[in-house]
Design a protein around this ligand. Structure first.
Ligand SMILES: Nc1ncnc2c1ncn2[C@@H]1O[C@H](COP(=O)(O)OP(=O)(O)OP(=O)(O)O)[C@@H](O)[C@H]1O
Ligand SMILES: [Mg+2]
Length: 292
């Protein structure tokens, strides 16, 4: 469902009316499901890669262990030099003992990558609200960036400039949802065919009251005539299937519930910068969290 911007004139979605007063919690889940839907293909591909080399390494290990087992059995029966030499040849032919460490560490690395991807996905998909805990935003940013690493690399060069040292109090899953929305918008604004020219910069720094996080893209920018509408639910300029128009509405709601704020600007040099302020862990939010 999408709301056209009559002034914008770029939307081509069928004009459906949004619900009179959408339930923000239902919209939050809808936004998350939409993100997960678009992520699945990329994540499946990301998992496929390490699985291939985990399986390859297990195959090598199987051959090597087979040769070692045979050699041990041979040693047991005889200690004559030619029998020992033939047992050693078999181990050598199976790759040699030197590759054992390499095989194991490659397989472990692949398994860790899969575990992390699944963890990243689970973080984003968690439905239940979590009590506010001290959060390192860099961990959540990295988790979101891992999930879109392939798609992002196809569109832009990623620069991380992490300087914040403070933690914020928050719900990790909901913050992950915000970061994923902002990163996805940045990627979508960096339209091909000139990926090397595009960049996405993710910046963090401490402020007096907490941290400031910026996601800057060198993409299309936001036309002035639609800037006042981008936080409206169901407002989108994207084609059907690419955007529901919920991302920024939900993101602002989540950030405000964390006692923070979100803003954007389009610098004259082009592109867009979204800025999020979050209060430091332990500092009471300036306004009570907004509901509804
Ligand atoms: N970084 C950006 N660069 C250019 N335009 C942007 C950017 N971020 C947001 N916009 C504009 O704001 C609109 C609303 O963004 P929002 O994230 O709320 O919805 P969406 O991306 O269209 O859909 P989705 O619900 O899938 O996020 C976008 O359709 C786009 O026109
Ligand atoms: Mg979006």
């Amino acid at each position: 469902m999408a709301v056209r911007s009559p002034r914008c004139g770029r939307n081509t979605h069928p004009p459906e009316d949004p619900p009179a007063s959408p339930d923000p919690n239902a919209l939050m889940i809808a936004d998350r499901l939409a993100s997960l839907g678009t992520l699945v293909a990329g994540v499946a591909h990301e998992i496929n890669n390490p699985i291939t080399y985990v399986l390859g390494n297990l195959g090598d290990l199987d051959r090597l262990v087979g040769a070692m087992r045979e050699a041990i059995l041979t040693y047991r029966g005889s200690t004559t030099p030619d029998v020992i030499a033939s047992a050693e040849t078999k181990i050598f032919q199976a790759g040699g003992l030197e590759v054992l460490d390499e095989i194991l560490s490659d397989a472990q690395e692949g398994a860790v990558r899969i575990r992390d991807l699944v963890r990243d996905l689970l973080l984003l998909s968690r439905v239940t609200e979590q009590a506010s805990t001290p959060v390192n935003v860099h961990e959540i940013l990295d988790s979101s960036l891992r999930l879109v690493a392939k798609q992002l690399a196809a569109r832009a060069v990623l620069v991380r400039d992490y300087r914040a040292t403070r933690k914020v109090a928050g719900d990790r899953a909901r913050l992950a949802q915000v970061f994923m929305n902002l990163i996805t918008n940045a990627m979508q604004a960096c339209t091909p065919p000139d990926p090397p020219r595009h960049s996405i910069v993710v910046r963090t720094q401490n402020t007096d009251a907490g941290i400031e996080l910026e996601i800057q893209d060198s993409g299309n920018g936001i036309p002035e005539e639609i800037q006042h509408e981008i936080f409206t639910p169901f407002f989108t300029t994207k084609d059907l299937g690419e955007g529901t128009g919920l991302g920024l509405y939900i993101s602002r709601r989540i950030i405000e519930q964390h006692g923070g704020s979100i803003s954007f600007r389009c610098p004259p040099s082009g592109g867009t910068i979204f800025r999020v302020h979050l209060p430091e862990c332990g500092v009471p939010p300036p306004h009570p969290p907004q509901e509804g």
